[in-house]
Write a protein that binds this ligand. Structure first.
Ligand code: ADP
Length: 477
């Protein structure tokens, strides 16, 4: 089975968010299952000199984008066993940043068209195009409109993954005829029309053979108005083709047994070393070096959706407890200042590291006891999965991927790998933190839960198998 995985970004070439991690890890996992998965992205970066010598120019050609006749360069490179194809165009892609330019509508219209056109110019003929987020959303509409008559394209199936429903790519209606060569017959609510504009996201949702999103719970949540970003009706309509598959974690990058940033490598049988990492971290951060005090941490964007208003509401009460609280993050000024303020008030208890620092993040995951992630919504969430793998028990709100990956500790049945609460309520969160602190006092039970957390399945393998089921399903239709 041949799958062309199309995204606007992929690690290690370009990254602004979780999509890039998935675009790297999922095709790699699919190839392990004998699927010929290849990635196609736009060339928005300069390759390092080493990679440049490996890059292989395949072809170039021109396509029409409105009144412009645009160059498309197509090259290829293998990285960690996965073939990557790059769409090259200096005019659209040689810019600062991936998104947010004045002509995003034109840029991604170009990208969608050049992806489809490239298929004629390469040896790889996909059975499935797996496309992601709004940037690639026009692909199935363009495929149906301009390519289906051609034998090479007739049987291609499409699978669409939503990583973030909030960003939808809505532009003025003129984009249809000006840039996509499509007539006004497509401008209606069952097509691509969306509140007076044309929506890339809606093209994906309406015309893909199957739709997936990045956790089972989020797949259900987005069918309700609260999470649905005005597309819940359409998502309910496509319910039978909508699947939730939780993202995995790249175990080469996140592994406490061989993490280069962590001083004392450890696994579930050497938790003493995890405690050594805690001491190192306490020292490094200027906190009292104590084993008996639980260390709770957050590694996060300081954004409203991450539940920071809940923390603001009860931080005073949290600080009354015998606890150390470390926050690594950047984001909204209000929350950055709030954390700085509390650090000033509680210098022996709270550290606010207002920076983006990947090595420090690894050290925090390795050294801490509890990982707090009380999100308002969370399509999948990576932080809690890293925490599990490093034996740092997550405290999460039961939403999206948080609900699917964290099983709350139950002292009666002795189950669970973390702690969770249901309602978006600051005191519910506080009481859950209290429960966790209680358990921390019972070292034997605590360690048992930590070991269980470290064994939680966070790998890509199961998720890859679920995607393969969906591919097979659409191919059999
Ligand atoms: P989101 O994609 O919504 O920001 P996730 O939990 O899915 O949230 O992913 C966030 C990722 O970014 C995690 O790997 C987390 O460790 C990392 N991260 C967030 N903030 C920082 C920071 N300040 N420094 C280092 N890593 C960070």
């Amino acid at each position: 089975m041949k799958v062309l995985f199309v995204a606007s970004e992929a690690v290690p070439f370009s990254k602004t968010g979780g999509l890039a991690d998935v675009a790297f890890a999922l095709p790699k996992a699919l190839r392990k299952e004998k699927i010929d998965a290849r990635v196609m992205i736009s060339k928005t970066f300069d390759l390092s000199d080493t990679l440049k010598s490996e890059e292989n120019h395949i072809n170039h050609f021109y396509i029409d984008v409105g009144w412009r006749r645009q160059y498309v360069g197509l090259s290829e490179l293998e990285h960690e066993g996965v073939p990557y194809y790059f769409i090259d165009n200096e005019y659209y892609f040689n810019r600062n940043g991936l998104y947010g330019h004045y002509d995003d509508g034109e840029k991604f219209s170009y990208f969608c068209r050049s992806v489809l056109e490239s298929i004629r110019h390469m040896d790889f003929k996909p059975d499935i195009i797996h496309f992601n987020d709004w940037h690639t959303g026009m692909i199935p509409a363009l495929l149906n409109e301009h390519y289906r008559h051609d034998e090479e394209y007739r049987d291609i199936k499409t699978v669409y993954t939503i990583h973030n429903l909030k960003y939808q790519g809505v532009f003025g209606p003129e984009i249809l005829s000006d840039l996509l060569n499509m007539g006004p017959q497509h401008y209606h609510s069952g097509g691509m029309e969306f509140h007076g504009g044309v929506s890339f996201m809606k093209s994906g949702l309406n015309f893909a053979d199957a739709i997936t999103t990045v956790s089972e719970t989020y797949a259900k949540e987005i069918q309700y108005p609260f999470f649905g970003e005005r597309l819940d009706g359409l998502l309910r309509h496509r319910d039978s083709d909508l699947y939730g598959i939780t993202n995995g974690l790249d175990h080469d990058i996140y592994d406490p047994r061989k993490d280069q940033h962590v001083q004392w490598k450890y696994d579930s049988r050497s938790l003493k070393k995890k405690r050594e990492n805690k001491h190192v971290l306490q020292e490094q951060l200027g906190l009292p070096v104590r084993d008996d005090v639980p260390m709770m941490v957050m590694v996060t964007r300081l954004a409203h959706m991450k539940g920071l208003d809940l923390i603001e509401h009860v931080l005073e009460e949290i600080m009354e407890k015998d606890i150390q609280f470390v926050v690594l993050g950047t984001g909204e000024a209000h929350y950055e200042n709030m954390m700085r303020y509390y650090q000033h008030r509680y210098p022996d208890k709270l550290r606010a590291e207002i920076q983006f620092n990947a090595p420090l993040a690894h050290q925090i995951y390795a050294g801490a006891d509890l990982f707090l992630m009380p999100s308002l919504f969370e399509p999948c969430g990576l932080g809690q999965q890293i925490a599990l793998r490093y034996g740092t028990l997550p405290i999460v709100r039961e939403t999206g991927g948080l609900k699917d990956t964290v099983v709350p500790y139950n002292k009666f049945s002795d189950e669970g790998n973390g702690f969770s609460f249901t309602n978006y309520n600051a005191h519910e969160m506080l009481f859950t933190i209290q429960d966790a602190l209680e358990l921390y006092k019972d070292r034997r039970s605590w360690n048992k839960v930590v070991r269980r957390a470290m064994k939680s399945d966070t790998s890509w393998k199961n998720s890859a198998l679920k995607y393969i089921d969906i591919y097979q399903n659409v191919l059999n239709r």
